[in-house]
Write a protein that binds this ligand. Structure first.
Ligand SMILES: NC(=O)c1ccc[n+]([C@@H]2O[C@H](COP(=O)([O-])OP(=O)(O)OC[C@H]3O[C@@H](n4cnc5c(N)ncnc54)[C@H](O)[C@@H]3O)[C@@H](O)[C@H]2O)c1
Ligand SMILES: O=C(O)C[C@H](O)C(=O)O
Length: 334
């Protein structure tokens, strides 16, 4: 095991997301050691990336080498698991991915209990509760360090808004709250400048919102059985991961991204929302700090349309969260 100042592990590193994500993160000087873990092909991907002339050392770890990959890691990114095929919902992935994510969370608890855990594997609305419950069972849960990576929703919201009205720069950040599946995805387009929402008809706003909510399905359909978003996800995943690293080790302040977290990460700021909705997890704007979540940014005033979207999202999230939590609490191995 090669040790540097900051080790980042990618679990599922040889996959459709894992490979381009590893490539993008190999370019970061914040990372000293990039450990690539997968049940297949990790050594080959690592050998390839290790030839890139940037700072980080890259190592590959196969099926029985999760512990060595994770030992002492600062940050663990998890895109491990199967993707959707046409006609499937993200929840249809639960029966396979829940066990994969559970086992990886066990590895975190054992090898790097203080690590940031960035969950990409679907269904995110349920896999984040799985990670949290496993860490709780081991007595190492810190809600400020577990993140559901819903950044792709924000990336889509920015790009699709620009396509709708080019007064909104494609690089503008859009707050997207709720969760990461269909109608749990609530883009707060009313927060965009230049009276963006006011410039849209009701139909245009509904069409844009729907495209953001179901952007994943658009890619699954277009890939026609070859999987789901990988390259745009790698882009979004790298943006999110680097924001976490810049805040936790890079000394940067004020960085904000929408991300799906356990609301205990900022209990004071979310107490009223949690009491009103009954939700323990929710995607919201988070400002990063040295310990992960610095604060959860209070929800802005929503439009009547967004309030309606939120009410639908809350109902579905409750089901998703309960499913993930129960997978661990009702099947405790410890
Ligand atoms: N959060 C998001 O916005 C978002 C976006 C796109 C895809 N996803 C999800 O990401 C996941 C991965 O998608 P993909 O297209 O990269 O799939 P993929 O099948 O191309 O890659 C998955 C990788 O995980 C590996 N793997 C499987 N079991 C493992 C285990 N126990 N330990 C370590 N590695 C393991 C596989 O060998 C494979 O290399 C899917 O669940 C997909 O739904 C999430
Ligand atoms: O749609 C999927 O299944 C993958 C991912 O969650 C996405 O939003 O692209």
């Amino acid at each position: 095991m090669v040790k540097g100042k900051l080790e980042l592990v990618i679990c599922g590193a040889a996959g459709g997301i894992g490979q381009p994500l590893s490539l993008l993160l190999k370019q970061s000087d914040l990372i000293s050691h990039l450990a690539l873990f997968d049940v297949v092909n990790a050594p080959g991907v690592a050998a390839d990336l290790s030839h890139i002339n940037t700072k980080s050392t890259v190592t590959g770890h196969g099926k029985d080498q999760m512990d060595e990959a994770m030992k002492g890691a600062h940050t663990v990114v998890i895109p491990a698991g199967v993707p959707r095929k046409p006609g499937m919902s993200r929840d249809d992935l639960f029966k396979i991915n829940a066990g994969i994510v559970r086992d990886l969370a066990e590895g975190v608890a054992k090898n790097c209990p203080g690590a940031n855990v960035l969950v990409i594997s679907n269904p995110v609305n349920s896999t984040v509760p799985i990670v949290c419950e496993v860490l709780k069972q081991h007595g190492v849960f810190n809600p400020r360090k577990v993140f559901g990576v819903s950044t792709l929703d924000a990336v889509r919201a920015s790009r699709f808004s620009f396509e709708t009205n080019s007064s909104i720069p494609p690089s503008s950040r859009v707050t997207v709250v709720g969760g990461h599946s269909g109608t749990t995805i609530v883009p707060l387009l009313s927060q965009l400048p230049n009276n963006f929402v006011g410039s849209l008809s009701k139909e245009e706003l509904e069409k844009l919102t729907y495209r953001i909510q179901f952007g994943g399905d658009e890619v699954v359909k277009a890939k026609d059985g070859a999987g789901s978003a990988t390259l745009s996800m790698a882009f979004a995943g790298a943006r999110f991961t680097l924001a976490v690293l810049q805040a936790t080790v890079g000394g940067k302040t004020g960085l904000i991204e929408s991300t799906y977290v356990n609301l205990a990460a900022d209990a004071d700021a979310t107490r009223e929302f949690k009491a009103k909705t009954g939700l323990e997890y929710f995607a919201q704007d988070v400002e990063f700090g040295p310990e992960g979540v610095q604060r959860i940014v209070p929800l802005p005033t929503l439009s009547a349309y967004e309030q309606g979207l939120l009410e639908v999202a809350v109902k579905e999230l409750k089901v998703n969260i309960t499913k993930g939590t129960a997978f661990i609490t009702d099947n405790s191995k410890i």
